[in-house]
Design a protein around this ligand. Structure first.
Ligand code: HEC
Ligand code: HEC
Ligand code: HEC
Ligand code: HEC
Ligand code: HEC
Ligand code: HEC
Ligand code: HEC
Ligand code: HEC
Ligand code: HEC
Length: 423
């Protein structure tokens, strides 16, 4: 037989075997693209099956054919690297050298075809992006159910799941376009594993580590800020997944939780609130400004110089790290009241040992007035000491002076206080 006939015969067999390629999915994937698709052989059109399947079959046994699928090389990751050795356009695939260092490669947990079908797959919602075999999070949670990797599946069964109300879908090429994350004019709100993780690049960091620069979040696109004055919306700079520069966890969150995109009505602009030019803020973007807080008022391991991360407060209610799902509202690791004592000393704020400038903390705690009745969680563009004004019940007016302060609230008229120790 002439080689052309052999190839045709091979493909007939392959077609017969094929369930996935038949329904036309292939043509709508990057591999089936007749212009930009795979072109290993210049004598054949890009995107042709023959770019990968072109082996003669006559000298092979049927079982060998089954194993190799008539592929031009061994049926393993090296086949993919012939064309995917380098970084992909969006940076979502970082190249084979970086892949080789990832948890997924090192643990030999998976090969390319564990997650990808080179021919594409269609499900009830349409063709699955990025040639994935299944949609996230089902794809990831086949293993991330505690069987082969940390258990994220059970976190997603909690009462509060990250982005549960969101309707949009994630694509690797949405990056850089804020409208792809926006609530208006079209609702594209979404959040899935690949918005925060790059499956080709994740590495397990030695515990305990800060999640601010963790390799679990490496290789993900993000939004950097250049801050102006207090309360001013920052200037944003989108940074693609492939950018090797320093990264901070909060920059990933800012893709969806800052005014870089159009947030749903009522959602706070966390970038603006955590601007270190504000009168007060939790030290996420930089060290706090209330530099002389009594060290005794902090819980073990924290002080005025600590930098904290979003996921220090937002995360699961179990030992698995990351803001995937929690039984506490707002995706908190502990309840809204308990979370503060991860870093602030309970004996100072509830039991009343000295160490706070506001000596009435204890009496308020005794009346079951929670911390977030008086305090903001992220930052304040108006007040010192993270004082929240305008809540109900809560503080209506607040003035801080050199030696104390005063406030009116929905619970009482004007009250003044003197600081427990100098500012
Ligand atoms: C980019 C490379 C590539 C292209 C192009 C490609 N294939 Fe494949 N094909 C593979 C790989 C790799 C496998 C083995 C998959 C595995 O073992 O999981 C495979 C396996 C198959 C199989 C065996 C059954 C299966 O799905 O595993 C069939 C049939 C098949 N291909 C048909 C086709 C047809 C028909 C086309 C064109 C419409 C095509 N392939 C284009 C890479 C490719
Ligand atoms: C013969 C070259 C070639 C081989 C072999 C190859 N690819 Fe591709 N692949 C391409 C090209 C070309 C594209 C399209 C790139 C683009 O659109 O910029 C692509 C695109 C992709 C995409 C993105 C598809 C999309 O629709 O967004 C994935 C995922 C992918 N390849 C995975 C694989 C995997 C896994 C293997 C090994 C089983 C593999 N490729 C083998 C050339 C190849
Ligand atoms: C653990 C699952 C997993 C494994 C294993 C995996 N990938 Fe991926 N891959 C993904 C996911 C998820 C995406 C989509 C990323 C996104 O949407 O940001 C993707 C996207 C891609 C893309 C498209 C990149 C782009 O810019 O759009 C390419 C190319 C790719 N993978 C190649 C590979 C190759 C080659 C291998 C093997 C060395 C591999 N992948 C192994 C999960 C995986
Ligand atoms: C085939 C099984 C499998 C699939 C599918 C899979 N993973 Fe993994 N993953 C693992 C294993 C095994 C580890 C290494 C665990 C370890 O180091 O103890 C891991 C590690 C990780 C880590 C590093 C964190 C750590 O502490 O170990 C992250 C993050 C991660 N995977 C995310 C994903 C995402 C996102 C997807 C889907 C796109 C995915 N995984 C799909 C098996 C899998
Ligand atoms: C790709 C988009 C995206 C990214 C990135 C993202 N989120 Fe979200 N997040 C959402 C969506 C969508 C919701 C649902 C509410 C909404 O639309 O704002 C949400 C809700 C939340 C909530 C409120 C939960 C509740 O129950 O009210 C918290 C807290 C949160 N995210 C924290 C984070 C943190 C921390 C990060 C960074 C580690 C982050 N998010 C990154 C999209 C995202
Ligand atoms: C010190 C703890 C702490 C840190 C750090 C923290 N948060 Fe929060 N966050 C809270 C608390 C408590 C709430 C609920 C009360 C509120 O809305 O202020 C909350 C609420 C939210 C909400 C829901 C707001 C709403 O009104 O629905 C989002 C979104 C959110 N946080 C995102 C983030 C992001 C993004 C970061 C990092 C840049 C972050 N948080 C850092 C404690 C924290
Ligand atoms: C909003 C961002 C975000 C999303 C979406 C997200 N993660 Fe995470 N994930 C994190 C952060 C932050 C961590 C903690 C990183 C650290 O502290 O090192 C984490 C940790 C993990 C870990 C390691 C847990 C451990 O304790 O070792 C795994 C595995 C993981 N994520 C998988 C997934 C999977 C699978 C999905 C999709 C179902 C997903 N993540 C969705 C942000 C996210
Ligand atoms: C009734 C309102 C109110 C409540 C409730 C409240 N605080 Fe405060 N808190 C204040 C005021 C006012 C200051 C500012 C003192 C000053 O002028 O420096 C303050 C200051 C602080 C400070 C700055 C350091 C210090 O102690 O001087 C921390 C930390 C703090 N509060 C934590 C908490 C925690 C944790 C809770 C919940 C257990 C809580 N607060 C409940 C009003 C309140
Ligand atoms: C992950 C650790 C962490 C958690 C959790 C945390 N804080 Fe803080 N908080 C800090 C650090 C560190 C500072 C010191 C910042 C500084 O020196 O300005 C601080 C400062 C403060 C201040 C003083 C800010 C100022 O500028 O005067 C208040 C008030 C405060 N926190 C209240 C709270 C409340 C209320 C909660 C619970 C909702 C909480 N914190 C949870 C770490 C934390």
């Amino acid at each position: 037989m002439r080689p052309g006939t052999l190839v045709a015969a091979t493909l007939c067999l392959l077609y017969a075997l094929s369930a996935s390629a038949k329904d036309g999915v292939y043509k709508s994937t990057g591999h089936g693209d007749p212009i930009h698709g795979p072109q290993r052989r210049m004598d054949i059109q890009p995107g042709s099956c023959l770019q990968c399947h072109d082996q003669e079959t006559d000298r092979r046994t049927t079982s060998q054919l089954r194993l190799d699928r008539g592929l031009f090389g061994p049926n393993d990751d090296t086949l993919c690297f012939v064309c995917h050795a380098g970084t992909s356009q969006t940076g979502a695939f970082p190249g084979n050298a970086t892949w080789a260092q990832s948890a997924h490669a090192l643990q030999q947990a998976s090969r390319c075809t564990t997650c990808h079908d080179p021919h594409g797959v269609r499900d009830a919602a349409g063709v699955i992006p990025s040639l994935l075999k299944r949609r996230e999070s089902a794809l990831c949670n086949d293993c991330h159910d505690g069987s082969r990797g940390p258990d994220i599946r059970s976190q997603l069964t909690r009462a509060f799941v990250h982005g549960a109300p969101a309707r949009g879908t994630h694509r690797s090429d949405e990056d850089g376009d804020p409208s792809r994350y926006a609530a208006f004019p079209v609702n594209h709100r979404h959040v899935t594993c690949s918005d925060c993780h790059n499956a080709h690049q994740v590495i397990r960091d030695p515990a305990p580590s800060s999640s601010d620069r963790t390799n679990r979040l490496a290789g993900v696109s993000r939004v950097q800020v250049v801050n102006g004055g207090a309360g001013v919306v920052p200037t944003y700079r989108f940074v693609a997944a492939a950018d090797p520069g320093d990264e901070h966890e909060y920059e990933i969150c800012f893709k969806c939780h800052s005014s870089w995109t159009k947030q749903p009505a009522g959602q706070p602009d966390i970038a603006r609130l955590t601007n270190p030019a504000n009168p007060s803020y939790h030290p996420i973007q930089g060290e706090g400004r209330n530099a002389r807080i009594d060290p005794r008022s902090f819980a073990e391991g924290f002080d005025v110089r600590s930098i904290i991360t979003c996921s220090d407060c937002h995360g699961g209610d179990d030992s698995v790290r990351g803001p995937h799902g929690s039984s506490y509202r707002y995706l908190l690791r502990k309840s809204e009241e308990e979370i503060c004592f991860e870093c602030h000393a309970r004996n100072v704020y509830v039991d009343g040992s000295s160490g706070s400038r506001f000596l009435s903390h204890t009496s308020h705690a005794a009346s079951r007035i929670g911390c977030t009745v008086c305090h903001e969680s992220h930052g304040s563009t108006r007040n010192g000491a993270l004082i929240l004004s305008g809540g109900f019940p809560g503080i209506t007016t607040f003035i801080q002076t050199a030696v104390g302060g005063s406030c009116t609230s929905t619970c009482h008229g004007l009250q003044t206080y003197s600081v427990g120790y100098p500012r």
